[in-house]
Design a protein around this ligand. Structure first.
Ligand SMILES: Nc1ncnc2c1ncn2[C@@H]1O[C@H](COP(=O)(O)OP(=O)(O)OP(=O)(O)O)[C@@H](O)[C@H]1O
Ligand SMILES: [Mg+2]
Length: 257
């Protein structure tokens, strides 16, 4: 997709001068941003710049103290993470929020298990065969192989766990996936696999807000890059032609407007 094509579509998510204060701490100051369908937007900034705070606003963890969010053109004011998920915004936090002892298929459906009426007294029972089948199909869409949906998540690699978390988001029909440091704990091969996962999401029209300290990740994946500095949007750049060194310098030197 060219930059012009992306510009022609209505933004999925728009932030209009949003601010967030934690008591006296001003974590975000009048940030305006838009994310388009299928776009990977890299979100960069030093420690304490406000990246996680921005994620929490969009994910419904905190409401903004000022400003407006819009989702698919309508005012978006989630009362909690559940509202965000139901709207189509899924967040994958660094710790992933998976249940390590449960099998892969159950992690995909946790909190939203498929049930069927039993033939005995018509009581609802878990529809395990259906969930295993749907889990297999969801994972088959992704670039990382998770061989056995019956294995507990504890036995998976870091990259495979990311795949489970992403498959779960896709099952919820997420249109925007927020990933906070997806490759921070991964080895070289797994990092490459997670990058392939993110590229696959783009092909499905799913937008990604990618928070990362890894300039290589951002250069490899993002269409545009937003740089936060002390809670302000300091720069919003097209990723074409950016390299990791230049990006790192921008994070250090970009001054808030
Ligand atoms: N729950 C909280 N209560 C008070 N202040 C907070 C809270 N969470 C974050 N802050 C402050 O808000 C500012 C932005 O923090 P935030 O976590 O958004 O930064 P970040 O860009 O994600 O940093 P990092 O790269 O270290 O994860 C910081 O000054 C931080 O100390
Ligand atoms: Mg953070």
């Amino acid at each position: 997709m060219s930059g012009r094509d992306r510009g022609a579509t209505t933004p999925l998510l728009e932030l209009e001068r949003v601010s967030l204060a934690y008591g006296p701490v001003q974590a975000l100051r009048e940030v305006s941003l838009a994310i388009r369908p299928g776009e990977v937007l890299g979100l960069l900034g030093d420690n304490g710049a406000g990246k996680s705070s921005l994620v929490k606003l969009v994910a419904g963890v905190h409401p903004p103290t000022a400003g407006t969010m819009r989702w698919q053109g309508r005012v978006y004011a989630p009362r909690g993470p559940r509202d965000a998920l139901e709207a189509g915004i899924a967040t994958i936090y660094q710790h992933l929020a998976l249940a390590p002892r449960l099998p892969v298929w159950h992690n995909l459906f946790l909190g939203a298990e498929r049930v069927r009426r039993s033939w005995f007294a018509g009581l609802p029972v878990l529809d395990v065969p259906r969930m295993r089948e749907e889990a297999r199909a969801a994972l088959a869409r992704l670039a990382i192989a998770v061989p056995d949906v019956d294995r507990p998540v504890a036995e998976l690699s870091g990259g495979q766990r990311q795949a489970v978390a992403i498959a779960r988001a896709l099952l919820w029909n997420a249109r925007l996936l927020i990933m906070d440091e997806p490759t921070a704990a991964l080895g070289v091969r797994e990092t490459a696999e997670v990058r392939a996962l993110v590229r696959g999401l783009e092909a499905e029209g799913v937008a990604v807000l990618l928070v990362s300290h890894d300039m290589q990740d951002v250069v490899a994946l993002a269409h545009r890059v937003a740089i936060l500095k002390r809670g302000r949007l300091a720069a919003l750049l097209d990723a074409d032609g950016l390299d990791a060194d230049r990006l790192a310098r921008l994070v250090m030197t970009a001054e808030a407007a």
